[in-house]
Design a protein around this ligand. Structure first.
Ligand code: SF4
Length: 333
């Protein structure tokens, strides 16, 4: 049994203008110590997926269907009290902006001690010793001094290191990290990502990494899930997806990476933009942007326009695309 098993997750937002379906039929698993990347442009639903994993979707959002089984128990059906025991303790979250997690009026030490004492029966002195140990693990310079400092006294990179230390505080089984380096300088981003990967490897912690960057996913994860308009459209081993992406959207994301572009020329962008989740195109939601939506006569393919593609298996990957399905069928015949 996988440590985390997400099945047919359906998340909606009940808005005055009507219901918005933010996640549709999202399924994936995460094994102990495994690192999974969830990738897509903004609006693809990846952050909603991250928040849903911890059942942090606030009203008017709600889980309309599916399950999130952690060690076999469905988090979607847990009471708030039961969930509090899981959050931070067994599954921690790292947000984009460290200031979303850190309390500006408490010192770093007070915040770490408070988190520890909320979950464990230990003295303040013991909690402070654990906090200090965790700060050392994330290579914070002068960790003793940092414990007594306030968030605003630290640089962005140092704050994100502290967030990682807090995420590791209670020795979680899984860390969900939502674009954890977006708010940082490019030079610091790589350092923080390397640190996160090393710590997950060392402590056998599973990682769900939310990012728009397939380059980051290729360095950080073993498996990748590509999302578009609230659905998973391709998933499989990261190496296979990076080397041989099958879905036209994934291919477009890869082509848009700066390293795939000749220096001095424009980036290869996917034409158009992610549709609004309140107005998702029929059939394959990617069809208005897809160069393969035409048949041999140059006419739009009816299936791309009208039918949501089912997953087909290509190598070790699962791909939701009518064209890929037809290519596989042709190869097999
Ligand atoms: Fe393009 Fe059709 Fe495949 Fe969608 S299903 S990605 S429109 S070829």
């Amino acid at each position: 049994m996988a440590l985390l098993e997400v099945s047919n997750l359906d998340v909606r937002f009940a808005l005055r203008q009507g219901e918005v379906r933010a996640l549709r039929d999202v399924s994936f698993t995460l094994d102990r110590g495994e690192r999974l990347g969830i990738v897509g442009e903004s609006g693809a639903g990846k952050s909603v997926a991250a928040f849903t994993l911890l059942n942090l979707i606030a009203k008017p959002g709600y889980i309309a269907g599916g399950s999130i089984r952690f060690e076999g128990i469905d988090l979607a059906r847990m009471s708030s009290r039961e969930l509090r025991r899981v959050r931070g303790n067994r599954i921690s979250m790292i947000f984009q902006d460290p200031m979303m997690t850190l309390n500006p009026v408490l010192s770093i030490g007070e915040q770490m001690v408070e988190s520890l004492k909320a979950h464990r029966r230990i003295s303040t002195q013991e909690a402070r010793a654990i906090a200090l140990h965790k700060l050392k693990q994330v290579y914070i310079p002068s960790p003793e001094t940092r414990l007594d400092q306030y968030p605003h006294e630290l640089s962005g990179g140092m704050r994100q290191r502290i967030i990682i230390a807090i995420a590791l505080l209670l020795d979680p089984d899984i860390i969900v990290a939502d674009e954890p380096t977006t708010a940082l300088d490019v030079t610091i981003q790589a350092e923080i990502m390397t640190l996160l990967r090393e710590l997950c490897e060392k402590h056998n912690v599973g990682l769900v990494l939310i990012t728009h960057d397939l380059g980051v996913v290729s360095q950080m994860t073993q498996r990748t899930l590509v999302m578009y308009a609230g659905r998973v459209i391709e998933q499989g081993p990261t190496r296979e997806i990076i080397n041989d992406a099958q879905h036209p959207y994934t291919q477009g994301l890869l082509n848009a990476l700066p390293q795939m572009t000749t220096p001095g020329s424009r980036l290869n962008q996917i034409p158009g933009s992610m549709p609004s989740l309140s107005n998702t195109p029929s059939g394959c939601a990617f069809h208005p942007r897809c160069q393969y939506r035409y048949d041999a006569t140059g006419q739009p393919r009816r299936d791309c326009l009208d039918q949501v593609p089912e997953f087909v298996t290509s190598g070790n990957c699962q791909v939701a695309c009518h064209m890929v399905r037809d290519m596989l069928a042709k190869e097999a015949s």
